[in-house]
Design a protein. Structure first.
Length: 342
């Protein structure tokens, strides 16, 4: 790639956002009405402000669900088979090259072969072939990478976790140096910051960075902080905080660190769920963040995000349904830079 290529930050101007809709043949079947309600809320907030791409095998069914509450003028559909709904991880990762978008199609293998992904891995190429995306198509299906596993500041720094990117069931034949070199070339990076600590109970992703710490404008990192010494996450998240404090920007300065509260433990069928406030979506005018029916923590998270995004409106969406399948708001969305959707 040339010197004017870069991986845009999530706050780079956007053309729209993708949702891959739940249906009865997914793992959501047992709470389909509950999760549909969450998706309708997401669709309403997104389509009020930007284009919304809905990927689904049944366009008519989704239309009936949303047509009375969502701005349908901003809704686009891509009809195809899907295994699940995690658009952050099966959706394309867009690079900007010579001021034009490049649709990078990485391999999605169900977070290290944990779940079937035969349909989801084809969504990006099928969408591109159908004319949904504008820009150049870049086939990178020889490398396993999920959007939830990386964070970019748009200036040449990538934030990620060692546990995820070094997972043996993703690119197990590659070592850390090889993976870092690949990422630097693919995304035209100057540095990769590896987070070596932190996890969430119930997480299927091998500690995606978007569950733990997020890059924000003005060299800021927001991160999950646990204040309860008897919580199982306390030590690992304290070690993560200490490591984040050692990270430096490209000009050698420490990052501004803003803590997010640790959600109170949420259980379903006896299992602790990975409720996290780090799993928010940045849009052009708003930040959509997950709430968990915990008024005090939900408000603390909103205030922290307002510090990180003073020019954005911060809007909470109840994501209690999403965490029952071990993900949250950012996991089910994928933003597209300007000129990708029309």
């Amino acid at each position: 790639m040339t010197d004017n290529s870069f991986l845009p930050a999530e706050w780079y101007p956007q053309s729209g956002v993708q949702l891959t809709w739940p249906h009865a043949d997914t793992d959501w079947a047992y709470i389909l009405d509950e999760v549909n309600a969450c998706y309708i809320n997401l669709a309403r907030e997104i389509a009020e402000r930007e284009l919304l791409l809905i990927v689904t095998p049944d366009e008519e069914k989704v239309r009936r669900l949303i047509e009375h509450s969502v701005n349908m003028e901003n809704v686009r559909f891509m009809v195809c088979d899907t295994n699940d709904t995690w658009a952050r991880d099966h959706g394309p990762i867009t690079v900007i090259r010579n001021n034009k978008p490049v649709i990078c199609d990485f391999k999605f293998n169900g977070w290290g072969l944990k779940f079937a992904a035969n349909y989801d891995n084809l969504i990006t190429s099928a969408s591109y072939d159908a004319g949904v995306f504008h820009g150049e198509y870049d086939n990178r299906l020889n490398f396993v990478l999920e959007g939830g596993g990386i964070e970019s500041d748009g200036e040449g720094t990538l934030l990620t976790t060692s546990e995820c990117l070094l997972s043996k069931n993703r690119n197990g034949e590659w070592n850390k140096l090889q993976i870092e070199d690949y990422l630097k070339k693919a995304f035209h990076l100057k540095q990769v910051l590896w987070v070596d600590h932190g996890y969430l109970a119930g997480d299927d992703t091998d500690s995606h960075i978007d569950t733990l710490a997020r890059l924000c404008p003005d060299h800021t990192i927001v991160y999950v902080k646990c204040d309860d010494p008897i919580d199982e996450h306390y030590e690992a998240l304290e070690q993560m905080e200490e490591q984040l404090a050692t990270f430096r920007t490209l000009d050698g300065k420490p990052y501004r660190l803003i803590p997010l509260p640790m959600a109170e433990a949420v259980y379903f069928d006896g299992e602790r769920l990975p409720a996290t406030y780090a799993n928010f979506l940045i849009m052009n005018q708003v930040v959509l963040y997950p709430t968990y029916s915990q008024p005090e923590n939900d408000e603390k998270a909103r205030l922290a995000l307002q510090l990180a995004f003073p020019a954005h409106e911060i809007i909470g969406i109840d994501c209690s349904a999403l965490i029952k399948q071990h993900g949250s708001l950012h996991c089910v969305t994928m933003q597209f830079p300007e000129n990708v959707l029309s």
